[in-house]
Design a protein around this ligand. Sequence first.
Ligand code: GTQ
Length: 348
Amino acid sequence: MSNLGRVEDLPKDYYDGLVSRNTLPLWPALRAMLPHGIPARRTQPVMWRYQDVRPDLIKAGELAPIEKAERRVLVLCNPGLGLQNMQATASIYIGLQLILPGETAPNHKHTPSAVRFVIEGSGGFTVVGGERLPMEKGDLILTPPGLWHEHGHEGQGPVIWMDALDLPLIYGIDASYSTESKGSQELVKQEGDCNQRFRQGGVIPYSSLDQKKSAYPLLRFPWKEVRASLHALAEVTPKNQLVQLAYVNPETGQECLATLGFSAIYLRPGEQVSLPRRSASAVLHVVQGQGQATVDDAEHSFGDADTLAIPTHARSTLRNTSTREPVYLFMVDDAPLHRKLGIYEVFE
Ligand code: GTQ
């Protein structure tokens, strides 16, 4: 209980009067709002197992026609934050989206920032701002705020990806809304155009030095390239030190979206690493491999396509339990938001 006074210590008629005038005393609530040393964290270190969620998502393919649903998504909800609030962490929304052959998830745009990270299937594509972007397993695709986007599937079998949005944040500031489009986008660029222009990190089209910068020059980060770069980085990283790559805007070298950050982690066979304890919250998604994650006092084993919420200020360690196979992880965090707000901290 708070040592700053309790509501029960106040005369009831005084307190009821405050309430009737839409006011409240701060002092009984102050310590809950501003706890000493560490935030009150409602976010739990939950693990969502792909093998549990996948059958329900496939079933949704029968139950929810795309024409009605617009987006066929099962949302990973952190029970600590209230399931109905659809938060994986306090700022991060995570959904698993299914699209079947021949379907179209219609064109729209919205104020929240979104990304897709492809889990399985091939032949899927997203059109973002008139640019058609193929979706292959492990690709990261940005749909920044205000850019039209629609999804399609011209291959065989289900295509499933993970959506990460800053929806809890944008909804929480009463700023979340979408605009529906009457039709499909007109393609203004060739397939993979941004990947032709920004083929390789550190080498950018010369003209982009002089031209006014587009806020989002690179919209698709192919996994093939990221994985190769992880292996190259591992060559020069001592054992049991974190091999981690940040996805950035190739023109600025800064984070690619304003609120959410994205990174890829490689755990070599048998390797154990600690993640820095930080002010930011995160969601870890297993691209491939088997291992063990410890978040504060919770221990979870993980496998392919499992997803784990990491609360703010948490201590976490990751271990690749295989002596032969790699573990690749994709991380979403809200560190860009923390940095902009001037509240970003790394502890120890
Ligand atoms: O695919 O545009 O999971 O608008 C939630 C909202 C996906 C999408 C989500 C969306 C989308």
